[in-house]
Design a protein around this ligand. Structure first.
Ligand SMILES: Cc1ncc(COP(=O)(O)O)c(C=O)c1O
Length: 375
């Protein structure tokens, strides 16, 4: 028996008739761009999150970039972000002409450490070369960042706070849904994400009317009153109609899938807590469990042993951003962000999807126990 890391085939079996019906409707009406499914999806996502505005876009990366562009973030601006993240979080800062300031994370939640964030903002302000303008908090592996502390810091220093919730759609913090935890939120519908389409996709969430209108304009080449009235720099950032149709079918079972993921995570933790460091949940946080990431010594040798037993694992992320060649000039080099650096050598993501049954979980845990004993 081989265990998939994510299981989109099982999910597809569950919703295949609805998927086919929705895709056929698109083929029938032929409005492949800006079709009615796009508006329907945005309305459904707005009611799901209880957020005033949802702007669907072509990827999570474009969602982040469009928001930064809409806020006028650019040259001379410092944007604070965790170093332990996916490259897109850093990439968009440079794409809009601003300067990334990498910040260390909390060793137990993997998310932005508010104390380190406060220090980084103070140091940047004191240095005076850049204007502290914005921060991007990342909800790594599905758990919301510490928004109560982070929003307080953003308010105190007058910084714009953007949530990179690419991995956490469906999660909650103190019963408030991802999408409403920061001034603006970006998510990704990449296929492997908790809510994924069959290609690239993403969305922006905000309660700010003006920001929403600007993001809509940027999504379509910076258009104004009509498509040949260009009022600002924009992009081709629309979500296509077929992807919206796929997402509408998946949204029907999304809440159930999140519950199933939570149950898988509980079973992993019950079985592995004595063996390795299992994920820590902040009080009040309800992760969407995009990943189940453990920490352990001898990580690479253990991953290789698991692979031999037919159990796929992934390393998110083998290098923090401040040590990546593309971004190294903006960081303080090796040793500057010790937690991010240490985590890169310890983390291991186990198979995680809603359809992992007890037998598969038992098999994974037993193989891990053997691999740890042999390491
Ligand atoms: C933390 C984070 N930010 C941004 C992105 C970018 O999303 P997309 O791949 O949809 O552009 C991802 C995708 O993996 C991510 O994990």
């Amino acid at each position: 028996m081989s265990i998939p890391f994510v299981n989109l085939a099982e999910q597809q079996r569950r919703i295949r008739p609805d998927l086919e019906r929705r895709i056929s409707q698109v083929l029938d009406h032929g409005r492949y761009v800006n079709g009615p499914e796009v508006a329907e999806l945005e309305a459904r996502l707005a009611s799901f999150t209880d957020c005033r505005h949802v702007i669907s876009v072509s990827s999570g990366t474009d969602a982040l970039l469009a928001v930064l562009m809409a806020k006028g973030i650019g040259r001379g601006d410092a944007v604070f972000l965790p170093s332990f993240t996916f490259t897109a979080t850093a990439e968009v800062v440079l794409l809009c002409g601003a300067t990334p300031v990498f910040v260390d994370v909390d060793a137990s939640t993997f998310n932005l450490n508010p104390t380190c964030l406060g220090e980084a903002i103070a140091n940047t302000a004191k240095d005076g070369r850049l204007r502290p303008a914005a921060l991007i908090a990342v909800d790594l592996f599905g758990q919301p960042a510490d928004y109560p502390a982070i929003n307080d810091l953003a308010d105190w220093h007058g910084l714009f706070c953007l949530a990179d919730s690419a991995q956490s759609f469906g999660a909650k913090m103190k019963n408030q849904t991802v999408g409403t935890l920061a001034e603006a939120t970006a998510t990704s519908f990449y296929p492997a994400k908790p809510l994924g389409c069959y290609g690239d996709g993403g969305a922006i969430f905000t309660d700010d009317d003006e920001l929403a209108a600007t993001c809509r304009s940027i999504r379509t080449h910076g258009e104004g009153e009509d498509r040949y009235n260009i009022v600002r720099l924009g992009m081709n950032g629309r979500l296509d109609t077929l992807q919206a149709a796929v997402l509408l079918a998946k949204l029907e079972i999304f809440e159930d899938e999140i519950e199933l993921r939570r149950s898988v995570a509980r079973r992993y933790t019950d079985s592995l807590a004595e063996l390795v460091t299992t994920p820590t949940q902040m009080s009040g946080a309800d992760s969407s469990w995009a990943q189940y990431t453990i920490k352990l010594p001898h990580r690479d040798a253990i991953a290789e042993r698991l692979q031999h037993r037919g159990i796929p694992t992934q390393i998110y992320y083998p290098s923090p951003m401040h040590l990546q060649p593309a971004y190294a000039e903006y960081g303080g080099g090796r040793g500057s962000l010790p937690v991010s650096e240490r985590l890169s050598g310890e983390v291991l993501a186990l198979p995680m999807h809603p359809y992992l049954d007890d037998a598969a979980i038992a098999m994974i845990c037993e193989a891990l126990r053997d691999a740890v004993a042999a390491a």
